[in-house]
Design a protein around this ligand. Structure first.
Ligand code: SF4
Length: 115
């Protein structure tokens, strides 16, 4: 049996979840709604993360970026490396795609703020 204690991040309530995996059976306790059960099961089997980060620009400004969708947790640091290794675009704008299909995750890296 595998046990995971985690906090549901699907809403601000932040329910404390206890997830148990016994063979193919996964049970979730502590969730106040079905979204928490779904989150707990995903955390146990294939955890996903959304990345947001800030890049420094050559002119002293910054670019805020995020993934267009959640990515597998095991690719988190590879994606961060890819973001921080990319070449700064010439005229970055809100909504531009900085990297397509980053690290084969099917997620794009999107610019969310230009300063
Ligand atoms: S289980 Fe439901 S109520 Fe609790 S944090 Fe998750 S989404 Fe919110």
């Amino acid at each position: 049996m595998k046990i995971l204690e985690t906090t549901c991040i699907r809403c601000p309530v932040g329910c404390h979840l206890r997830v148990e995996k016994n063979g193919e059976n996964i049970s979730v306790e502590g969730n106040r709604c079905p979204r928490g059960a779904e989150y707990g099961k995903q955390e146990m089997t294939a955890p996903m993360r959304t990345i947001t980060t800030i890049l420094k620009r050559k002119n002293g400004g910054t670019l805020a970026v995020r993934t267009s969708r959640a990515i597998p947790k095991e690719k988190y640091f590879a994606v961060l490396d890819a973001i921080h290794s990319c070449v700064e675009p010439k005229n970055p704008k809100f909504g531009d795609i900085l990297i397509e299909n980053v690290c084969d995750t099917e997620a794009n890296i999107i610019i969310t703020e230009v300063n």
